[in-house]
Each structure stands twice: as C-alpha cells, then as structure tokens.
Design a protein around this ligand. Structure first.
Ligand SMILES: C[S@@+](CC[C@H](N)C(=O)[O-])C[C@H]1O[C@@H](n2cnc3c(N)ncnc32)[C@H](O)[C@@H]1O
Length: 402
C-alpha cells in the first residue's frame, strides 16, 4: 500500500451501473426548482450483492454506540466487503445526476443538488476556520466538501474504503488544480500516524461500517492534542427512524406486494420505479426478513441494496466520544417526502424546528484533550500502523469525460 500526494493527475475509477459506460441515470425530474423537493434516488440495483441481501440477514443489530463487539471478526469482514462493493458500485450522490462522471458538469450538478437539499451543511462545518489546518476526511464520497476544504486553504487528505470515491474526488481536484492527498483505506484501521491531523471530518460514513466504536477510537488516535472531530451519524430518535421506517415503510411493504400497490406507491413517494420494484422483489423473496428492523434500516436509507446502516442516539454518541472533551451534538436535516402530500407545504421555520428536533442527521463536535499526547504513544506504537495505501493508477475507462 502506498500513498500519493496529488496536485493533479488523470486518476479515474469506479464501476458504473451499465457495464462499460458511465452512469447515465435519467434523473432530470430531480432537478425541479422547488426548494422543498427532495429528489428520489435512482440506484444501481444490480450490484452483485443483491443475492446476498435476498436472504434473511440483519448485518448487525441496528443500535448503536457500543455494539459491534458482539459480531465476530469473520462476520465483520464479510459485511465490510459488501459495504465496499456497494459503495464502489454506487458512489455516494452520483445517482443524483446524469452528467458524465469525472466532468466539471458532473461535479457542479452534484454540488448544486447537495447544498440545495442540505442548506445547513456548509454552515455546520466552518470551512473558514480551516486555513492552514491538516484536515482528514473519512469517506470522501464525490468530494463536495473536499473541494471546499482545499479552497479554504486547509491541507486536505481524503480516505475512503473504495477506489471509486477516491478516484472521483481526485479527479475533481485535478480539474480544479487543487492540492490534496488521497488514500484508499479503512476507517476502522486508519493508515495514518498518531496525531497527524487538526480536524477529522466525516459525513454519513461511520454508521455504514460494522465497528463504529473502533472508528471513533481511530479518529481520536489520528487527531493531534487539541484537534477537533466533526462527525455526522444517522440519528436514532428521528422522525425518519421512529416513524418513517418503523411504521410507514413497513406498511408500505404490504402495498408493494401488488402491481397496483407499486403504482400507488410511485405516486405517493415519487421514487424511481426500478427502486420500488427492487423493494417489491426483496419483499417477495422473504417478507419477514424485509420487515426486520435492521433490514428496514439498511434498505430504506441508502437504497434497497445498501448492506449496512446504523443509528445513534445522543446518549450513544456521548459514549462513543467519551475519550474526547467538549462533546456537543446537533440534529439537522428534514426531508419533506417523509410527509407525502403535505411535506412541501410546511413553512420553513416549522421545517427548521422539525429538523433540529427530529431530523435525520446527528452531528457530533468533539475535541481531543490537549493532554492526550502523554498517553498516545503508549497506546499504539508507531510500527503497528498500517502503511497508507497509495491510490493506484487511473482505472482506464471507468470515469468518463476528459
Ligand atoms: C453515504 S457515503 C458518504 C460520502 C460523503 N461523505 C457524503 O456525505 O456524500 C459513504 C461513504 O463512506 C465510505 N465508507 C464506508 N465504510 C467505510 C470505511 N470503513 N472506511 C472508509 N470509508 C468508508 C463509502 O465508500 C462511501 O464513499
């Protein structure tokens, strides 16, 4: 494994839903101007792991902070491999555009969509304070925040489990002539020395890996004393989890058992038909397994073939971050589609209130104590660190565009 420092290069790399061609999913209807409309995702539903998901398999229990040790190492690496395959085949957010991957238009349309749907996201990070800081982003996805960190003058490093995300983010930097470091690696075993970063940022990532507590220990280890973590995890006490997944989506599963029901669901939730049909297929294969809460969570958060999502309460987050000091949490993000028919009619102030109380995203801000240097080396000797993996040469032909 090796790591490279990139100014620009012609890195590429990801699989696309249709073999040999970049993803060109027709989602033009997703770009309507209404501020409230949340686009439905059209996903790669033939990831090759669908077969595994058709049987009854709660990958891990669905709650929260200090779990994961109950799952064997073998199970965890099996789940991790499925997680890697899933995100390799469906790089985060890439399904929101039909622009050719790796082009300027691709990145622009992704960002336009992202910050319209998540208007508070940029403000939640505080890029303006990152000039000169060593920033690590875990799970860079398509690199939207990566670009903003680099533009703000941070010394930016990306790590992601998949070659696809690293390649796509690297290509973004190449197009914009920005500097960054790009590494393919695992959040559960970060390929960096102790105390290497001033800020670790991770948005919507660490709940997708089997051993989340371990990732938080890794975040703590790679932070310098006084360094800060900004981490977003899915929120357990959210409307989405407690009402939408527990009740509404379970009822919807019965609707999806008939052709008429699928058509009706399409009208109500405005989801892509192929996605609804994939849900219907999974329900047909094993109705009980589909209704299992862990499977509900997996399949109804990042697409029907998502192998693993977890949710965290504020309490479990504070357990996870107990080695940190000054731990603060905030809840954000409301999706009008959770209330079909009336969601878009809700006035902005009420929507903001709902987002801050029952939103889906739990943001955790935490600081590594300044005295941490006294124990850091004792806990993890420098020779035990997995060397960073250099992001490989471009995967020819997998990113379209120039
Ligand atoms: C939902 S996407 C989020 C991407 C990006 N942060 C965003 O907000 O758009 C999840 C990302 O986490 C990455 N990921 C999942 N498990 C990981 C792990 N154990 N280590 C590093 N990255 C991981 C996936 O490859 C994927 O790119």
């Amino acid at each position: 494994m090796k790591r490279i420092c990139i100014v620009s290069s012609s890195q590429g790399g990801e699989l696309s839903p249709k073999k040999g061609s970049p993803a060109r999913i027709n989602v033009s209807s997703l770009f309507r101007p209404s501020r409230n409309r949340i686009p439905m995702r059209s996903r790669n539903l033939t990831t090759g792991i669908g077969v595994l998901q058709s049987t009854s398999q709660a990958a891990t229990p669905s709650d929260s902070g200090v779990r994961a040790n109950s799952t064997s190492m073998v199970d965890q690496s099996y789940v991790k491999e499925r997680v890697r395959n899933f995100w390799q085949n469906s790089p985060c957010d890439s399904w929101f555009t039909n622009e050719t991957r790796g082009t300027g238009a691709f990145y622009r349309s992704l960002d336009e969509h992202r910050y319209r749907v998540h208007p508070r996201l940029l403000g939640a990070i505080g890029f303006e304070k990152t000039r000169g800081l060593r920033v690590l982003e875990i799970g860079c996805g398509c690199g939207s925040e990566a670009e903003r960190f680099a533009r703000a003058g941070a010394s930016y490093t990306a790590v992601d489990l998949t070659n696809a995300a690293v390649s796509i983010t690297q290509r973004r930097f190449q197009l914009e002539a920005l500097k960054g470091n790009f590494t393919q690696g695992d959040a559960e075993n970060l390929p960096f020395a102790d105390g290497s970063f001033d800020l670790v940022y991770s948005h919507g990532v660490l709940h997708h890996t089997p051993d989340t507590p371990r990732t938080i220990r890794e975040v703590h280890r790679v932070l310098a004393p006084g360094g800060r973590a900004v981490i977003m995890l899915y929120y357990r006490n959210s409307f989405k989890y407690q009402v939408n997944l527990r009740v509404v989506r379970r009822l919807r599963a019965h609707l999806l058992k008939t052709e008429l029901g699928i058509k009706l669901a399409r009208k109500i939730w405005r989801e892509p038909e192929e996605e609804l049909r994939r849900h219907a297929e999974l329900i047909r294969q094993d109705p009980d397994a589909y209704l299992d809460m862990q499977n509900m969570l997996n399949r109804n958060t990042d697409g029907p073939d998502n192998p693993l999502s977890q949710v965290f309460s504020r309490e479990s987050a504070s357990t996870l971050f107990r080695k940190f000091e000054d731990v603060r949490t905030e809840v954000m993000f409301w999706n009008p589609n959770w209330l079909p028919g009336i969601g878009t009619l809700i006035p902005r102030p009420i929507e903001d209130w709902l987002a801050s109380h029952w939103g889906w995203h739990l943001w955790i801000y935490a600081e590594k104590t300044r005295l941490a240097f006294m124990t850091a080396r004792i806990r993890r000797p420098v020779w035990s660190i997995v060397p960073p993996q250099v992001h490989p040469e471009p995967l020819a032909g997998v990113i379209g565009g120039d």
